[in-house]
Write a protein that binds this ligand. Structure first.
Ligand code: NDP
Length: 324
């Protein structure tokens, strides 16, 4: 029988167990996939810790790439042997083999290998909707991206630069600063020791940035609001430092008629045509070389606990994959 990582209670990385699981034939509308690589994402730590509660016991993981082994009744656009990748629910990508809805799968272009496919789908589709849907970045915009050397960070930085933006990235150390600079950041702010809003205003001649992409959450939220230009857009899309505290909407008026949104990938890819369109835009910028996917860490899937430890300890850069 194939193996999977499962949790029986929320908690630290130690709650993850490597267990044998039965995987049946695909139901109507499903495909059975043999993973070649699985993506690691920060959201996996929220599911594991209970910040985003799951019915238990549960699998983990939202992203993978592999080979179609068989398809269920009614699936007409996939055949065994197809190379596919996906991001988003249903949760349970930390496994060797699984069945999942065929309409969540994207065929991978020949030029994209399995490791890159597993690394790029969730962080790449997220970058795509953040930059092209939530706030459509224009040439000349000043853009602030937090954790610029992270998985989403490196992709957003390169893509925003390719769109003609002035890219300001925050990082925690010099090594990450060099990496972020090499991937599109024009300016770096060390957010643990510098005043982010003050530096963002200096860089933009006092005006402030058009948009902040903030996946750090609790520690950065107020500084992000203070970095925005009048009628700027605050995109709070994650909680790496913890969830954002409740705030008074009057603040948005006082700080310049600001917009705030708290988006999620699932709401930008719920319809098959939305998923296909976003996927095509992502494969385009990766295929053209405008965005490079940096797989900077690789772990055996059975050792996912150590991958979680390193991600939460801020030891990783770029994307991370787990090998089944
Ligand atoms: P990253 O690779 O960016 O890892 C998180 C980074 O956050 C760290 O490397 C670290 O960078 C920074 N960070 C700042 N404060 C902390 C802290 N207290 N603890 C840990 N890390 C901290 O992860 P991902 O690219 O996978 O995800 C980035 C964010 O985007 C996450 O919040 C994730 O949940 C969110 N996300 C949201 C989606 C959505 O649709 N809403 C979809 C995908 C991701 P440094 O050391 O430079 O500070």
């Amino acid at each position: 029988m194939p193996f999977a990582i499962r949790i029986h209670q929320p908690g630290g990385p130690e709650v993850m167990r490597w267990e044998e699981v039965a995987v049946g034939d695909p139901a109507p509308g499903e495909a059975r996939i043999r993973h070649q690589a699985v993506g690691l994402n920060y959201i996996d730590t929220y599911h594991r810790s209970g910040l985003y509660p799951l019915p238990l016991p549960a699998g983990l993981g939202m992203e993978g790439a592999g080979i179609v082994e068989s398809v269920g009744a009614g699936v007409t656009d996939l055949v065994p042997g197809d190379r596919v990748a996906y991001a988003g629910g249903p949760i349970g990508a930390y496994c060797q083999v699984r069945c999942l809805p065929a309409d969540r799968l994207l065929k991978m272009p020949d030029a994209v290998d399995f490791r890159t496919g597993a690394a790029m789908m969730l962080q790449g589709l997220t970058s795509a909707y953040l930059l092209r849907r939530t706030y459509r970045v224009q040439s000349g915009d000043a853009v602030l991206i937090h954790a610029a050397a992270g998985g989403v960070g490196l992709i957003v930085s390169q893509w925003a630069k390719a769109l003609g933006a002035t890219v300001i990235g925050t990082v925690s150390n010099e090594t990450k600063a060099a990496l972020a600079r090499a991937h599109g950041c024009d300016h770096i702010i060390y957010y643990s020791r510098e005043d982010v809003a003050q530096r963002a205003r200096e860089i933009t001649g006092g005006e402030g940035v058009a948009v902040v992409y903030d996946g750090v959450g609790k520690d950065t939220f107020m500084g992000s609001l203070d970095s925005l230009r009048v009628r700027g857009m605050m995109v709070s899309f994650g909680n790496a430092s913890g969830p954002v505290a409740p705030f008074d909407p009057l603040l948005l008026m006082q700080k310049g008629s600001l917009f705030v949104t708290r988006p999620n990938l699932a709401h930008y890819t719920a319809k098959r045509d939305e998923l296909l369109a976003l996927g095509a835009e992502l494969f385009d910028v990766v295929g053209s070389g405008q965005v490079r996917i940096e797989v900077n860490q690789t772990y055996p899937l059975a050792d996912a606990a150590n991958a979680h430890r390193d991600l939460e300890a801020r030891k990783t850069t770029g994307s991370t994959i787990l090998l089944p």
